[in-house]
Design a protein around this ligand. Sequence first.
Ligand code: ATP
Ligand code: MG
Length: 499
Amino acid sequence: MNEPVLRMRGITKAFPGVRALDAVDLVLHAGRVTALIGENGAGKSTLVKIMTGLFRPDGGEILIDGGPVVFRDAAAAESLGITAIHQETVLFDELTVAENVYLGHAPRTRLGLVDWGAMNRGADALLRSLDAPFGPRTRLKDLSIGQRHLVAVARALSIEARVVVMDEPTAALSQKETEELFDIVERLKAEGRAILFISHKFEEVFRIADDYAVFRDGRSVGAGRLRDVDQAEIVRLMVGRPVDDVFPKAPVTPGEVVLEVLDYAHPTEFDGISLALRRGEILGLYGLVGAGRSEFCQSLFGLTRPSRGRVRIEGRETAIGSPGDAIAAGLVYVPEERGRHGAVLAMPVFENMTLASLGAVSRKGFLKSALEFGLARRYGERLDLRAASLSQPVGTLSGGNQQKVVIGKWLATRPRIIVLDEPTKGIDIGSKAAVHAFIGELAAQGLAVVMVSSELPEILGMSDRVAVFREGRLGGTFERAGLSAEALVRAATGNLEAA
Ligand SMILES: Nc1ncnc2c1ncn2[C@@H]1O[C@H](COP(=O)(O)OP(=O)(O)OP(=O)(O)O)[C@@H](O)[C@H]1O
Ligand SMILES: [Mg+2]
């Protein structure tokens, strides 16, 4: 086989209390996509940060075309042709698209000044080649996550990157945006670039990648050609045991109605939504991304105003004008975009976990750290949280583990109704079953759950009933007994051929 473009050998990296990487290896070949697979906290993003110059390794070597290199910083890695779309965006909100594309390598005039005209023209050409629906002068903050990925790709093209790293690029994308991204991956591949692709979604991995590398607890445990393995083999490597990707909810006898929504509408996002939820019940909200499910939930939680409709909680007409009103009424919402709304990254895990339930961890008005720790430990265990210590800042947890903290924080408030928006997005296949089991158990104790999910196995495994959103309206509701993937997809798309 040809010399790989990039070879990482024996890479080690420790943080206080945790060896994130223990002598891992990785090779990337020109014109091929390598999937890096592993549980939450396995060390994937840490390796990405090392190969893009954001972290220095404690040991090991990096070779490009067989020659050793050392990256002092991200600019050094980029100048050698390595660039990334990170799990958390590292682009700049206040700058324009063109500035983000050319930051650090802007075209210059003969006098050494930034050549703005050339820069905007260059960015424009790159954006056109990507079919981007925005121009070079747009500010980054006005773009969706999918559009930001396009900016990162344009940047990769502008530095003529030989290695493009994508760390969970599809986590926040709609199906359509995901398809568009995959077209771009194919193009980058055809141009002979090496691509590292990280995702917890196996369909994506098997569809887009040629090679795989699996990490477990910071070690390399397997690598090879994807065509030689199946999903079960990959899961066995990453988790060390077989797992079901969904923990089916135990049947419960639903109690009295706790939430009733009547003819609920929003000026632009949804209309005529009526539904009811009982104690102990999990109501799945299925639909295509953009069908109005999240907007509906946000409105229920008081983040936006409905234009019409009524909400009854435990039989009482309830006016929810703010999240505070919702929480007081016993309803909480765990948003999909947990990074921005969910956790205080600089604060330790245990404080984040207890942030929303201060009453439960205080005595006579004083916070008791023993109570805080106890509560955080309980919820952490149930959600399969992997942290070196409960005192570590949430920002130093892996992406998937940050999400578990946010879910734990809201469950710990012991709400009567919880609305979970894509609860297991970014959570690995092993932890998913733990999260599902815990939610199921809380439901059995009387919690009423609304669960937005775009993953059919999750919807089918967990829901007692499913309401399907289609273009802002209810496209049908289904009882658990009559649930089928075909029926849900048909109701979501309105397309009789779809399934
Ligand atoms: N800045 C940091 N300080 C301390 N520990 C860190 C830091 N960054 C990462 N870690 C730890 O290193 C380990 C590996 O984390 P990493 O983010 O690489 O995991 P990951 O494989 O990307 O997981 P996920 O699938 O959840 O994104 C984790 O234990 C994490 O808590
Ligand atoms: Mg990660």
